[in-house]
Structures are given as structure tokens and as C-alpha cells.
Design a protein around this ligand. Sequence first.
Ligand code: TRP
Length: 374
Amino acid sequence: MTLGGHIETQTRNLCAGVGLDAEEPVRLLGDVLGAAGARALSEPPLWSSDVADDGAPVEYSVQFDDDGGRRLRILAETLPEHPGPAANLRAAQDLVDSLASRYDLALDRLRAVQDLFSCAEPQDWAWWFSLIFTADGGPQIKIYLNPNMRGAASAPQLVAEAFDRLDMPDAYATVRNALRRGGLDRLSFVALDLDQSSQARVKVYFSQHDARPTDAEAVASAVPGIEVGQVRAFCSVLAGDVAVFRGRPLVSSYSWVSGDGPEPSNYSCYLPVRDYVRDDAVARDRVRRLFRQRGLDPAVLDKVITAVTDRPLSAHAGLLAHVSLRLSHYKTGTTVYLSSEAHGGTPLRDVDAVGHRTGWTSPRPVGRAVIGQE
Ligand code: TRP
């Protein structure tokens, strides 16, 4: 079995579970996977991607709107035949060009900032893609740019400059205010929707290390018209009595669409549930509870889970990687992130005495080994 074959099967199953036609997703994903698709699963990954804990260059997510809308999204890193920081960036840049020749992409924003997020020797991953599929057309494509690619120290300056170029300098002031806890709050991604729509977003994500739910709430309070108390409720359903998230960090994001002022119109909170449960059976129970609270059908969760795995959920944690809550004044929703577990899933290291993963408390080491190359 190859990585491409494994991903294709999961994608077909997920499309069936979510109610989407699978042909376009499978074709597009094949192109995005690039050289990694032909890799046998019995071998280590061609390149250890940070997209997923096991180095697989793909992560699924299913987005549920509180009003019933659903989308399948696939986060992917494209890899060339001979991966390496510079070659991976080049492959991503080439992919943008080839996607632009097939889909009607809005590239102005990306073109305005791309040189900031490009360099000869990236110190970390550079560009990732999210492929978004809905029942009514698509796909939509979103690009993630890594503000740490020139080193973590220059991330704030890089993002400030990007916001300037996007003509959103006042919006950056909101981001700066959100990074309130010194080195514990760190910029992690900038994302741009590449669709031609007035709703195309500019998004910025930051990780909040050793944070309490109230730290996420404080960040959420910059968004007008949302109920920030929902963040605390969300954290407590998913993580029980965890007071401080000392494992993998909570991540918060803001997004702006055209017409927004300095305040973002959306806040999202991403909780790395895999670090705060003993196993995926526990994670499933908690996500079911969250679904019931939010008026979503918990049966759909099982469809999504069985689309990607038939392993016993109690074997270990990591299938349910994150869960996120999206809040804006006009729409709210919940997203469930699933590992492909193509290369074995979340490794069983960093497990503390009570069986909870202690996770990464500092940025991941950069320049990770190229397994099977060099
Ligand atoms: N694997 C990385 C992490 O867990 C990046 C990532 C993938 C991520 N999907 C995510 C981060 C969803 C936050 C939310 O940090």
C-alpha cells in the first residue's frame, strides 16, 4: 500500500460520510501529494512533515456549521522527489502556479506578501495548503504561510510587514495586543483564502503556551458580537478539569474579510485534544458531548471516524488531533481534525505518569531529519 492509496481510500470514505462526490478531491489530492504519494507505507515518510504527528503530509478536518453546513478539508504539504527546506518551498510555489491554471484563484494577496515568506534556506516548513470541499462546488484553496520560516525571532516583524502590505496595519495592532504573555504567545501561521470572494479571509494564528481557557477568552474578546464564554465551555467539555494547557498549546486565530476594520470578524480556538485524553475513545466521548451541546448530530462523528480507521479507539490517542470552535457574530461552528495515521499516528512518547502526553512545550526543532534521503 502506498501513501497515495491510503489517503485516497480515506478521502473516498470521508466524502461518502460527509455527502460529497469524491472524484475531484481524489484527483486534486493526488496532485498535491506529489512524490510522497508513491511512497510505500511500509517505509518511513519521504519527509517528516509537521502537518501531522507521524510525519504524514496530510491531515483531515470536517467542519460543521451550527446551521447544518458541512465541509471536508484536507491540510497538505506538497513534497518534491528530493525533499529539503528549499526544494519543498519551490514545490509549493510551483503548485500555486499549476492550481492557478486550473481554478479561478485570487492571488493578489499572496503575490503581495509571498517574498516575505520565501527565502533560500527556510528554517522550517514554508507553505502548506488546505483543500476545502463542499456540496455546492469548489474546491476552495487556502494557503498557510509560516511566519517562523526565517526564525521565530523575526516572526512578529514579518507578520507586521505582511499586514502593512495587505493594507491592514490597524488589524496588526489587534494581533500585537493578543500576544500578551511574552514568549508564551507565539505566531504560528498566516493563512490566505485564495478564492475570488468578498468573504475571502486573511487569517493569523498564534499558539498560547501554558495557557488557561481565560487566556483564550481574553484574545477572543477582541472580536465584536461574539459570546466569549463559549470558549471556556468548549475547553471544559473537551479537556475536563485541565486548568492550564501544559501539553501541546491552545491555538487561537483571528480572521478578517474585506470591509472589516481593525477588529477581526472571527475568532477560533483550536484545542489539541490528543494531549489531554488517555485515548481516542475518551476523545470521542467528549466530542460527542460537545456536539450534543451545540445541537449537532453525534452520529455524524462516528461516520467520520470510521471513514479513516477501523482500529480500536481505546488503543491510543491521536486520531482526533484537534477540535476547534469558530465564533463570529453571524455564524458559529465546530471542526474536528483527524490524523490519517498513515505512518503510525501520534508516537507514544512524551507520556507522563497519568497517561497524558506532555507534548511540545517549546517550538518544534527545526530542520528535521529527512528520513530515507541524504
Ligand atoms: N501538526 C501541527 C500541530 O499540531 C500543525 C497543525 C496541523 C495544527 N493541524 C492543526 C495546529 C490544527 C493547530 C490546529 O501543531
